[in-house]
Write a protein of this length. Structure first.
Length: 181
């Protein structure tokens, strides 16, 4: 896979929150071009930043273009060690399109209904969040937000919508997930 996800409105929503809220040790899952890593590095409350992506091309691109962060190739948390204060994730969140090629699908599709990858991420993230840590993520009305919030609650997360943006055919949500104590 030699293509990188082009940052769009979803990335912009997350950048604003990362610049405002990130602190301590930050993990950016699915880092792509590293835009969220760059945003975290701007925050003086951030100690360390790690970017992870399944795409080896994305990891190499970030290693060459971004200084001050660590990058690792990983299928979600497969190669991730340790716990983090903040985990960011701009996941592929659109429902599967039958006519999409595999490379495009990996960048845009979150599964048959759109939310399956996000739920898998939330399940795995629990083991990598520090006690008062949180997740910043984004998804769309096309993803099935009701199902995402229901599944997240069953996994022990509290959810807070931090921002949203209406687009022509969908509404994007920037959401903070925190484990309920």
């Amino acid at each position: 896979m030699r293509s990188l996800y082009e940052p769009g409105e979803d990335t912009e929503l997350l950048i604003t929150q990362v610049e405002k809220l990130a602190y301590g040790d930050v993990l950016d899952m699915g880092t792509g071009t590293g835009m969220l890593v760059k945003a975290a590095l701007k925050n003086k409350n951030v100690k360390s930043v790690t970017g992870a992506d399944i795409n080896p091309y994305a990891v190499e691109y970030c290693k060459k273009t971004i200084k001050g962060a660590k990058f690792v190739q990983s299928d979600l948390f497969e190669n991730i060690k340790g716990k983090f204060d903040v985990i960011t994730f701009n996941p592929p969140y659109l429902p599967e399109e039958k006519k999409e090629d595999l490379e495009t699908a990996l960048m845009t599709s979150g599964g048959y209904k759109g939310y399956e990858l996000l739920i898998k991420f939330l399940k795995q993230a629990k083991e990598h969040l520090k006690k008062d840590g949180f997740i910043l993520t984004v998804f769309s009305t096309l993803t099935g937000p009701e199902e995402v919030f229901k599944e997240a609650k069953e996994l022990g997360y509290d959810a807070e919508i931090l921002d949203s943006k209406k687009l022509f055919f969908e509404k994007l949500y920037c959401v903070k997930f925190k484990l309920a104590h």
